[in-house]
Design a protein around this ligand. Structure first.
Ligand code: NAD
Length: 482
């Protein structure tokens, strides 16, 4: 037992607020259950931010994460105000933690829920989408956030979702996107879901537009099994799913990367409960169960999880899940941990016991890169700040037409306003002016010449976006917005 070589190295951070309370409680339970852990501790969060590290983590902490490759993290408090970066986003993106896995199950009747049969897992893409954090103010009135969706990113998360489903004996994978509007970005996610899904004929698969999908999830979550979706939808809907299952305080999550993985609760640092021994440690403990499985210590994971279920069943509850008539004994954080430890050899009688098989985490097959497409530049969108009307702007832009490039369309917030706009359309000071080459491909130098003519004519353009075809397919939206 004391042989360090048998122990799995992990990095632990106690975090802020309720973090230290729930981390101590979770580690106590896991170690009492026989977890073999060689723990390195790092400091993250508020104090580190206040010492001038804008991401809430000291440079030396990365060495520990690189060494152990497994991070068990309590929640932190993100300071208010500008100049601070989200520690979670920094860690996820810096370490390539591409898959955020969040199981959300109901524990009725022991934890109140309107959805007693709910048992689903959300697999959220964790690095891309609007979370690239590339934002610009472009004009007086208009601000932009860039949504980046990549083919390797989609392939990795979608394949992870299918492999996870198989490895965990689940049956169905559902994809949510908004590809009826975002045809290129969300369209790619959906397309990759269909492509990769074809390799998993044993699994049921379906796609929902995210708005109606979210409504179904909130109303009849028992119809879902594993769900995969882009970052923003997954961020929002995994909190919704955890809350309707019973409480955000009960859900753990895994952030999986190729080299390093991180395990945590989904809730925050609940500063108002800090240091009072009142917080529910269950979310972090279930994150710990996911970590033990990841480390191949599945027997210990199963013992901890079943003892936890037996404790809930016995009505030993923290205040956040207390129910009159159901709960039997009100406990604090440490009292709850002791109650789980006292049941380490028990299994639940009403709730379904978990069964984990000893297996290492599955490896995704290496990605097969696609051959590069034949790319041709056929035009340019010139984005202009302009205070007047569409017809006046068109008149000005006609004077800078150059060589093969002719002004074809002006839109405002994606709605066509020239030629033949509607007088009712509300316009801001931000105009997309599309120049196309009528004769097919053109040279980049044509775009440079057009930009140069625009600058000389006093056109206040704030960016250009090149219009390209890929194997003859337009790589840009054609319509006028919807
Ligand atoms: P929160 O999750 O900390 O709290 C929301 C509500 O849930 C509060 O009423 C809180 O008392 C309750 N709650 C949360 N966890 C609980 C638990 N284990 N037991 C009992 N009750 C619990 O969300 P918030 O108040 O919006 O954020 C507080 C701080 O946490 C902020 O600084 C935020 O940035 C940070 N945060 C950190 C993480 C993270 O580190 N992963 C995640 C989310 C929020």
């Amino acid at each position: 037992m004391s042989d360090l070589s048998l122990k799995a190295p992990i990095t632990v951070a106690y975090g802020d607020g309720i973090g230290p309370d729930i981390m101590r409680a979770s580690l106590d339970v896991m170690l009492a259950a026989g977890a073999q852990l060689d723990i390195e501790t790092i400091e993250i969060g508020e104090d580190v931010y206040n010492r001038g590290f804008s991401s809430g983590i000291e440079p030396s902490a990365w060495d520990s994460l690189r060494r152990t490759k497994v991070f068990f993290k309590a929640p932190i408090t993100t300071p208010q105000g500008g100049g601070f970066k989200s520690l979670n986003v920094t860690i996820r993106k810096s370490l390539g933690l591409y898959a955020n896995v969040r199981p959300c199950a109901a524990y009725a009747p022991f934890v109140a829920t309107k959805h007693p049969a709910m048992d689903l897992v959300i697999v959220r893409e964790n690095e891309e989408d609007l979370y690239a954090g590339i934002e610009h103010r472009q004009t007086d009135e208009v601000f932009q956030c860039l949504k980046l969706i990549t083919r390797p990113g989609c392939e990795r998360i979608v394949r992870y979702a299918f492999e996870y489903t198989r490895a965990n004996g689940r049956k169905k994978v559902t994809c949510f996107t908004k590809d009826n509007i975002m045809k290129l970005t969300d369209g790619l996610f959906h397309k990759v879901f269909d492509e990769i899904g074809a390799e998993y004929p044993d699994l049921e698969q379906e796609h929902w537009i995210v708005d109606i999908g979210a409504a179904k999830l909130a109303d009849t979550p028992e119809m879902f099994d594993v769900l995969v979706m882009p970052n923003l939808y997954g961020d929002i809907l995994s909190d919704v799913a955890a809350q309707i299952a019973g409480s955000v305080g009960l859900a753990g999550s895994a952030n999986i990367g190729e080299q390093v993985s991180m395990f945590e609760a989904i809730h925050g640092s609940a500063p108002r409960l800090a240091g009072q021994d009142r917080a529910n440690p269950s979310g972090l403990l279930l994150g710990g169960v996911m970590m033990l499985n990841h480390l191949g210590q599945s027997g210990v994971a199963e013992r901890v999880h079943n003892a936890w279920l037996a404790t809930l069943e016995a009505g030993v509850h923290t205040k956040d899940v207390w129910q009159h008539g159901v709960s039997q004994q009100l406990v604090g954080t440490q009292g709850f941990a002791e109650a789980v430890i006292a049941r380490l050899d028990r299994e639940p009688q009403t709730l379904k016991p978990v069964r984990y098989t000893a297996s290492r985490p599955f490896q995704l097959p290496p990605r097969k890169p696609q051959a590069p497409a034949r790319k041709e530049t056929v035009g340019v969108d010139l984005f202009v700040q302009w205070r007047g009307g569409a017809d006046d702007l068109a008149g000005k832009l006609k004077t800078i037409e150059h060589g093969p490039l002719a002004l074809k369309m002006i839109t405002n917030r994606g709605v066509k306003v020239w030629p033949e706009g509607l007088p009712e359309t509300f316009c801001t000071d931000h105009w997309r002016c599309r120049f196309l080459n009528g004769d097919g491909p053109m040279e980049l130098t044509d775009i440079v010449a057009l930009s140069s003519r625009a600058a000389l004519a006093g056109v206040d353009f704030i960016k250009t976006e090149h219009l390209c075809t890929f194997d003859g397919e337009p790589g840009f939206s054609l319509g006028q917005g919807q």
